[in-house]
Design a protein around this ligand. Structure first.
Ligand code: DGL
Length: 270
């Protein structure tokens, strides 16, 4: 039994960490498309081709269920994949829905019609591609009415984190928060819609102030996945081995992964 986690690179390790804590007995096969990261500045066609190739590799590794940990892939490719590409008996799930279910105080998997919710002013921080896709707003509209979303494309943050330049990453986060606050001075909640942002979550929270509820994905995705597997245990695939696959250089990727997990893991070539 194995579940797949797909990401454009290493950021999805923030999700993997939360999932393995929550579901220690489920082997996870992780695929990082490090040869083509970052996705946040690519176009939708490109992201679709890369994401389907990576997810297909996870199906071959014995996963019937794959989580797209990458928000950019979830935003740009998931709907098209679900509508015509995912083979019979397989499932691909994204990372927006668990966030939105938490934000709108729904039970996991609640697909009832949209309704008015407590939160009305929401700030979304994400990559330029995720913001321009408007996928978050579309998914939110299926579940809630009357919510005003102001989105900030956070150019440069992923690159700074990947380079290990946390001083630059933190300065960029502060300036993106300021830019958003000029358009929405008092958001009630903020969504960190990118795999890398949990690493700078405290900087977002400090810049936004203590009154803003910050929603970060790893724990929410893990809780939603645990609930899903309880309802659909047959979706735990036939694979039995956990593995870390990369389209990039395994030695280089393994070294960089330490920054995300603070422990050593061994990537192998996909
Ligand atoms: N994994 C991407 C996301 O969550 C960020 C990195 C990238 O741009 O590829 O949006």
């Amino acid at each position: 039994m194995a579940v797949g986690i797909f990401d454009s690179g290493l950021g999805g390790l923030t999700v993997l960490e939360a999932v393995t804590k929550r579901l220690p007995d489920v082997p996870i096969v992780y695929y990082g498309d490090n040869a083509h990261t970052p996705y946040g500045v690519r176009d939708a066609e490109d992201i679709y081709a890369l994401t389907t190739a990576g997810v297909d590799r996870l199906f071959q590794a014995g996963c019937d269920l794959v989580i797209l940990a990458c928000n950019t892939a979830s935003a740009a490719a998931l709907r098209r994949m679900q509508e015509g590409w995912v083979p019979e008996g397989k499932r691909v799930l994204g990372v927006f829905v668990p966030l939105i279910e938490a934000l709108t105080e729904r039970n996991w998997g609640d697909n009832s019609p949209p309704r008015e919710v407590a939160v009305q002013h929401v700030a979304l921080f994400a990559t330029p591609t995720t913001v321009s896709s408007r996928a978050f707003q579309r998914e939110l509209a299926f579940r809630a009415i009357g919510v005003d979303v102001e989105a900030q494309p956070c150019g440069g943050v992923v690159d700074a984190i990947e380079e290990g330049d946390m001083i630059l990453a933190e300065a960029l986060v502060r300036s993106h928060v300021e830019a958003l606050q000029r358009r929405m001075p008092k958001p009630q909640a903020a969504i960190l819609g990118c795999t890398h942002y949990p690493l700078v979550q405290e900087v977002f929270q400090a810049a936004l102030g203590p009154d803003v509820a910050v929603y970060s994905q790893p724990d929410l995705v893990a809780a939603s996945l645990a609930d899903y597997l309880e309802r659909r245990p047959e979706m735990i695939g036939p694979g039995t081995e956990a593995a870390f696959l990369t389209s990039g250089d395994p030695a280089r990727v393994s070294n960089k992964a330490v920054q995300f997990l603070r422990r050593k893991i061994e990537f192998i070539s996909a």
